[in-house]
Design a protein around this ligand. Structure first.
Ligand code: SAH
Length: 337
């Protein structure tokens, strides 16, 4: 049986047509599930008995269990248990502009970035659409408030679970449902080039962030294995294409690793790489983790790097450090095997 939360609106319309029902039933069901948050088909009183019986036969209203919460200032990390016992994490952040949720897209991750905790457990499986939707629903229920922004920056590589991630976006974006605007959704990738082209052609208003972390192949090869599959040239080409087709600005994430990628030379090389592009750079002070040897760049180095980018007319910000104390920061999330 499929989870009811795995269906996009289009798929539900198709489903209803196969049982001889009109398309508007899909809107009604979305309204019960995502506006009224009803979790029992029997209570959906504008659906007739026959439809309810059929839904009960074909679909499951499932949930994922919150096992643990770790709260810090303006941040809460959730540990979930999935139907098969696998465990994933998601992070809720309170900003002045709203509440954002960082969700996971896979159990473990195969990208193997040297600095990242999430990939220490190899990918066990992709998350299903409903398992991503349920991270949103369960946390909204827990805090009794609506999430305004979603970032796909938890455990996993979203473009390594492309179809499910795209369907997840369709579900949460639907105006008759959870209704989170596409511009409030950010997808982050380590740079799976063919998927960047595919994503470009979806023509969505969703924000794209690229984990760059190094201004040349030599350095990128050392810390991000994906860079051996797709060179920096190929990556930049795909991003330039994205920008020209969609007319949207791209975010480059650049973690600041002490003595690895934080030199003046790196900053200048980065400026050269990004010159003239419609982009902005988010410098992320590295979050140290117990098991990995990298260190966070010194503040003077981060400031120097920032200044060089600024001077070269590159839009740049330093990411606010969130969640370090509860190990809820970028790259500190992990699957629990
Ligand atoms: N796989 C996707 C999304 C998940 S990671 C991607 O690579 O973009 C989200 C971001 O956190 C990425 O930019 C990742 O490189 C970064 N990150 C990983 N470990 C980190 C750490 N310890 N400190 C800071 N950022 C980290």
């Amino acid at each position: 049986m499929n989870s009811v939360y795995s269906y996009t609106k289009e798929e539900l319309i198709k489903y209803f047509s196969t049982i001889g029902e009109k398309p508007f039933k899909a809107d009604q069901l979305y309204d019960w599930l995502y506006k009224k948050r009803v979790t029992d088909f029997k209570l959906m009183n504008n659906l007739n008995k026959k439809v309810i019986a059929k839904l009960e036969e074909d679909m499951l209203i499932d949930n994922i269990k919150i096992l643990k919460k770790d709260s810090g200032k303006d941040v809460c990390k959730y540990l979930f248990e999935l139907f098969d016992g696998e465990k994933i994490e998601a992070v809720l952040m309170y900003h002045d502009y709203g509440i954002s949720l960082c969700i996971s897209t896979q159990v473990g991750c195969n990208m193997g970035c040297a600095f990242c905790e999430s990939g220490r457990l190899k990918k066990r499986r992709n998350l299903l659409v409903n398992e991503m939707v349920l991270q949103v629903l369960e946390i909204e229920k827990d805090i009794n408030a609506r999430i305004s922004h979603i970032v796909l920056m938890g455990i996993g590589e979203p473009f390594d679970n492309y179809d499910n991630v795209l369907n997840f976006i369709k579900v949460v974006n639907d105006s008759k449902g959870i209704d989170i605007g596409a511009r409030h959704i950010t997808i982050s990738t380590c740079g799976i080039v063919p998927k960047i082209y595919e994503f470009t052609n979806e023509k969505l208003q969703v924000n794209l962030a690229i984990s760059l972390h190094a201004p040349n192949d030599r350095l990128r090869n050392q810390i991000m294995p994906i860079s051996k599959a797709y060179s920096l040239d190929e990556l930049m080409e795909s991003i330039k294409n994205y920008i020209s087709v969609t007319n949207r600005r791209v975010t480059f994430e650049y973690i600041m690793l002490d003595n690895i990628n934080d030199s003046k030379e790196c900053a200048l090389e980065l400026c050269k790489l990004l010159r003239g592009m419609n982009c902005y750079v988010n410098l992320i002070p590295y979050n140290e983790t117990e098991n990995i040897g990298f260190k966070r760049s010194k503040n003077v180095k981060i400031n120097e790097f920032y200044d060089i980018l600024k001077k070269n007319s590159i839009s740049v910000t330093v990411r606010r450090e969130f969640g370090g104390l509860v190990s809820a920061a970028c790259g500190q999330l992990r699957s629990h095997g």
